[in-house]
Design a protein around this ligand. Structure first.
Ligand SMILES: [Zn+2]
Length: 56
């Protein structure tokens, strides 16, 4: 349906096609590309989980 729609990544600003990813916790709004999700968002999310576990 709208999977071919173009979006602008809220992290790197590049245009990409597809649904994109939730950029949380890096950004609150918008969506990000596959590359930023893999290189920035996922490590940030892991780091956040690690901090929560360490604070227990
Ligand atoms: Zn991006």
């Amino acid at each position: 349906m709208s999977s071919e729609e173009e979006h602008i990544c809220c992290i790197c600003g590049k245009r990409f096609k597809g649904y994109g990813h939730n950029p949380d916790p890096v950004k609150v709004e918008g969506c990000c590309c596959d590359e930023c999700n893999e290189k920035i968002v996922l490590p940030a999310r892991e780091e956040q989980i690690r901090k929560i576990i360490e604070s227990w």
